[in-house]
Write a protein that binds this ligand. Sequence first.
Ligand SMILES: [Zn+2]
Length: 122
Amino acid sequence: MAPSPGLAPTPWPAPMALTEQAAVVDDVTGELVGWCLPATPDGAPHDVREGVTVRRLAVLHGHCPACGAALVWGSRRERRRAAAGGRAPAGVPHVPHRPTCPGHDQVIDAAIARWHAAGGAP
Ligand SMILES: [Zn+2]
């Protein structure tokens, strides 16, 4: 099926930041068909690996295994309506991790920055 007008296909493979997560949604039905999630880097320090893994598990299971925060996203109906109108799906899926969670944006960003500063990041 051709993509909806106004929606350009994403070039693939696309480089992803370690904190980036993208949902793949059927243009017509609004059904979630998959996720594009970064892999946990083998050589990263524990706090980076933990943060990436917790974030991945949170979207796959609908809640964070570390802090319990739930995945927040529009409903299938909202996604279907957005697709029918040629718009991007309603809302960006995200998990509002608690500030002490290894998956929280600031916690994992700090861990990645420490890894870069130590010269270990690729
Ligand atoms: Zn969390």
